[in-house]
Design a protein around this ligand. Structure first.
Ligand SMILES: [Zn+2]
Length: 75
């Protein structure tokens, strides 16, 4: 299973929490099945930002190949 963590600041209320969890779900759907072709490992993704309108993705994986796969899909 793909690992997704969040480090988003300035989440003030339930609505914003729901929006963020929607983003997480979306990322799961988009890249949840990505595995490294060479090593068979799933990437790790961190969603971060200072607020909901300014999110960025940090991708970590066993090699550049799998990181590239994720970045292409998240664009
Ligand atoms: Zn790899």
């Amino acid at each position: 299973m793909i690992s997704i963590s969040c480090d988003v600041k300035g989440i003030k209320n339930a609505i914003e929490k729901a929006v963020l969890s929607g983003v997480v779900d979306n990322v799961k759907k988009t890249v949840g099945s990505v595995r490294c072709k060479e090593h068979g490992k799933a990437p790790k993704i961190k969603i971060k930002g200072n607020n909901l309108n300014n999110l960025s993705f940090e991708v970590d994986g066993c090699c550049e190949e799998v990181i590239e796969q994720v970045k292409k899909k998240l664009k």
